[in-house]
Design a protein around this ligand. Structure first.
Ligand SMILES: [Zn+2]
Length: 248
């Protein structure tokens, strides 16, 4: 099976790269020798974009998914697109404005897990809205959460990835501050997403894409906190300042 080397994990800001087709799957999915596209994982949707052929024509990509294993990245063309041939060289272009919004939102979800240090039971990163479900029974005021989030954004903490081996993680369980996420061990190494100098704000295992400074997240707010059962709270994060509310 083809193994895609992901250029992505070296640089989240890489929006284009050259690559050669290594396989065309029965369902039309395309694999390359390298890619800057992110495959849907951990609540973050896969990248969309297009492939530029030598003659300048385009093949639109509607989604990106993992193959049988996490090291395989399959680019799913939109309906009715031409199929490239194996060995063909193309330039891959991510829909960057969309991806950047997802990076900002994904980073916002990390900040929310700092502000609300409860076990996460589910998360979904979206372009307009993200949701994070927490296992918690406490009632929290959404405006207070928004204020705490914006404080972390404005403090402009660095966000970076630290690779550690499975052994290092096993020897130093304290390296992972967040107890919410089980580290994806078994691949030999784990990527920790660290926020703040020396992970002063947070560090947790995550394979998604993030901005490099919290200020890039921009204005966000908690639009809603829903009660989903006795011990579950669903937080909805949206871009922008809180909407004006009429006084109660
Ligand atoms: Zn993440």
């Amino acid at each position: 099976m083809t193994r895609t080397v992901t250029a992505l994990f070296r640089d989240f800001y890489l929006s284009t790269c050259e690559a050669s087709v290594t396989a065309i799957l029965d369902d039309g999915g395309i694999e390359f020798d390298q890619t800057c596209f992110y495959a849907a994982s951990g609540g973050q949707p896969g990248d969309t974009g297009f492939l530029e052929r030598e003659d300048g024509s385009r093949i639109l990509i509607a989604d990106t998914r993992h193959g049988a294993t996490k090291d395989i990245i399959v680019h799913i063309p939109a309906d009715g697109q031409p199929t490239p041939s194996v060995g063909e060289k193309l330039v891959l272009h991510i829909d960057w404005p969309r991806r950047y919004r997802l990076m900002r939102m994904h980073t916002a979800c990390h900040l929310l897990s700092v502000v609300c240090p409860f076990p996460i039971t589910g998360a979904s990163v979206g372009e307009e809205e993200s949701r994070v479900d927490f296992d918690m029974s406490e009632t929290i005021d959404k405006d207070q959460v928004t204020a705490a989030l914006m404080k972390l954004v404005e403090e402009n903490h660095p966000v970076y990835v630290q690779w550690i081996t499975d052994e290092e993680l096993a020897d130093n369980p304290g390296i992972v501050k967040s107890k919410n996420v089980r580290p994806p061990m078994g691949l030999g190494r784990v990527s920790l997403v660290c926020i703040g100098e020396n992970s002063s704000v947070d560090s947790q295992p995550c394979g998604g894409t993030h901005v490099s400074e919290t200020q890039e997240v921009g204005a966000i707010h908690i639009a809603k906190i829903e009660k989903k059962g006795k011990e579950n709270r669903r937080f909805r994060i949206r871009f922008g300042a809180p909407e004006n509310r009429t006084s109660v």
